[in-house]
Design a binder for this molecule. Sequence first.
Ligand code: NAD
Length: 441
Amino acid sequence: MDMPTSQAENLDLFVNARLQFERALTWIDDIKVGLIDYLINPKRTIHVRFPIHMDDGSIRTFHGFRVLHNRVRGPGKGGIRYHPDVTEAEVSALAAFMTWKTAVVDLPFGGGKGGIICNPKELSRGELRRITRRFVNELGDAIGPHTDIPAPDVYTDAQTMAWIYDTFDMMHPGQNNRAVVTGKPLELGGSLGRDEATARGSMYATQQLLRRDVIPGMPTLDGVRVAVQGYGNAGNIAARLFHDDGAIIVAVSDSRGGICSDEGLDPVKVLAHKEETGSVVGFPGTKEITNEELLAYDCDILIPAALECQIRADNADNVKAKLIVEDANGPITVVADQILQAKGIHVLPDIVANSGGVVVSYFEWVQNLDNEQWDLEKVERLLEKKMVRAVDETVDTWTALNSKHKDGFNGTQFAPALRDAALVNAIKRLATVILQRDIWP
Ligand code: NAD
């Protein structure tokens, strides 16, 4: 396959997702060629446009998407994002990541994703409520507990999920509808541990990767210097959990900029400052840095936990970390992946690193269908088990691919990366189920 060069870098997330997939395919010699298109492209894409009464009396039309990428292993599963830069290509790529993620951690789900083009920072709570309710109304039976199940993503939260549940419940009275959406408030059937799940899962995954000796000289998080880009659900909780396990948080950032301190930051105090002022910037005793400087900060582990395509051809060479843990989806372009690999920097890929969110979403769904509420200890124990297994399987496959590479397998151009290994595992799982189900008439 021809990989793009840095001169020709394309920042379209779906193009990057496709190239990641095609790169992994070079390691699989027995894939049915006719399945490839089906495994890459979305099964179905819904566009909706709907008018909303704004608080000032005006009317605005909003545009939203729901992409069902694949549901061969179970109902579609994936978050809903509210952001001004949402595009169909972005949502399609995020939906594809969900298909591969649910396969790699072996959940009985497919992949989906949704988004509305809007700027939540400029919308009131009432406007957000009306947008969410109307969106769900427009989607109709395209979502449901056994068809496609939304969850939170960037700038949506438990309150958004409560509105989704309530709207769907009004449309389908007289049945248990709780499993239509995950990431709900606890009182509405949310799971204990869901708010922390993405970050906690990434911590368990990182701990296991270090136990497996993938990063020389870094067997645990103790004393490890960590920089985190993005201080929302994934980022701020990752900073706290990594800190609690002995890491030193040397730099963090949000959309307004970053801060650093080589003595280490207290993530809880930084969060309190962000809640009070709207940003991590200005936290006492720290130096201000840009997001670009954060990515290049002198640290051992870099955790991108904001948006996609942050580490690209033009800045990958500046990264100093030994390991990148992708709490965000798609933060590294394929060209940047090659640059990082050439520098010996490992990447714990998004489909493994941030899969804790969908793992606990799955636990929430199971609890909802059973009308049960598990205790936190059970959620965390089962989450850790899933994450450790996903990392072990990824590292085992990576080791096997490395041997194949040394033997000159397929004339493959690239040494395998952990991302290739995770995708190989996901693709094989999907292909097996497709063939077992014999889905063609
Ligand atoms: P969030 O809305 O809670 O937080 C996003 C954070 O990113 C905010 O702190 C925001 O200020 C910051 N940010 C936005 N633009 C930025 C920029 N240009 N530079 C630096 N920081 C910027 O969102 P989240 O749920 O934490 O999601 C973050 C990432 O994690 C996304 O890629 C998302 O897809 C991924 N993810 C989230 C979950 C989950 O359960 N929430 C699960 C899996 C993956």
